[in-house]
Design a protein around this ligand. Structure first.
Ligand code: SER
Length: 316
């Protein structure tokens, strides 16, 4: 059985991925690592929790040895909008943190899952059907750290045979833990506000198309790629994965099917708009389909139905 450490386990993806990994591999075999925020409820009660700051290599090594960890899901990261506001912090967490994780993995023979992002692309990248291998010249600190991270993971595999794997996540929509400081966060907030106030003010303009994904598909991708037959992986790291592409208007229309009076307004945030404008509209994920059988369950209509059902109960 795998022995897993999840960094960033209290974050948007981590809080749900940790629970899924515990279901699959056993509660005691999955250590939830968190830094600033302590977990609560199920996440805290269902298995081990350790304070792990990925920028602290000594502590990281201590935890990996203590639990005989063989697989690290490295989710601790600074998202795009916060990274623009605090580039120094983003560099430290996204680059130095990843470097520490890869070094610990090399020394202790661990496999490593690292998410990259649509943010690894930039304004000169072909925006439609963005190929797996293409121009990557992002103009954000987040993007710089993501491209460097992709290359670092490839390097650790080629140079040291560390079993690194990863995907480029689109914006992730979920109803358990809120995302913290991303450009795609509007697509989460909109559901909460639609239920609470029947209206939402978007910080991205109408016509801003971005790749998006519902959390269950994002979790499946993380598990599936780590379980994939390594002999079939040509790329290993940074696979494009894609399920839906929409702009605020399309998302609003899908909500209106359930809440007809829902109103969508705009108050554009120039910084996040510029970030979104530099990212692809939709990625070509054929390499992920061919190399490890990537597929998904949720399109926009199915996700909206599920989000509204779950959040209506939760917000009562
Ligand atoms: N969801 C992330 C962000 O908006 C992109 O990977 O920063």
């Amino acid at each position: 059985m795998k022995k897993i450490l999840v960094t960033g386990s209290v974050g948007q993806i981590g809080s749900e991925l940790t629970m899924l990994l515990r279901e699959l591999y056993g509660n005691d075999n999955v250590v939830a690592g968190g830094n600033r925020t302590k977990p609560s409820g199920q996440l805290l009660e269902s298995g081990p929790f350790e304070i792990v700051d990925c920028t602290d290599a000594t502590k990281l090594t201590e935890i990996v040895k203590k639990y005989n960890i063989d697989t690290i899901y490295h989710l601790a990261a600074i998202l795009s909008a916060v990274a623009e506001a605090k580039p120094n912090l983003a560099w430290n967490v996204n680059i130095n943190g990843l470097y520490n994780v890869l070094e610990v993995a090399r020394e202790n023979n661990c496999a490593v899952f690292t998410p990259s992002s649509i943010g690894a692309f930039g304004p000169s990248t072909p925006p439609d059907d963005t190929p797996q291998d293409t121009i990557q010249r992002p103009n954000t600190m987040y993007g710089v750290t993501k491209v460097a991270g992709e290359l670092l993971c490839d390097y650790y595999y080629k140079r040291f045979n560390v079993d690194t794997r990863g995907v480029r996540y689109p914006g992730i929509i979920s109803n358990e833990t809120l995302p913290g400081g991303g450009t795609t966060d509007y697509a989460v907030d909109i559901y909460y506000e639609a239920i609470k106030k029947k209206q939402y003010t978007s910080f991205l303009k109408a016509g801003t198309f971005l790749d998006m994904m519902y959390m269950p598909d994002a979790l499946k991708a993380a598990v599936d790629i780590m379980e994939a037959d390594p002999a079939k992986l040509i790329h290993r790291n940074a696979f494009n994965i894609s399920t839906m592409s929409f702009d605020p208007e399309m998302l609003g229309a899908s909500i209106r099917k359930h809440i007809p009076e829902f109103k969508l307004n705009y108050d554009v945030d120039e910084m996040r708009q510029a970030i979104a404008d530099s990212w692809p509209n939709n990625m070509d994920d054929s390499a992920a389909k061919e190399e490890w059988g990537w597929n998904y369950d949720f399109d926009l209509a199915k996700m909206t139905e599920d989000m509204l059902t779950v959040l209506t109960k939760k917000l009562k």
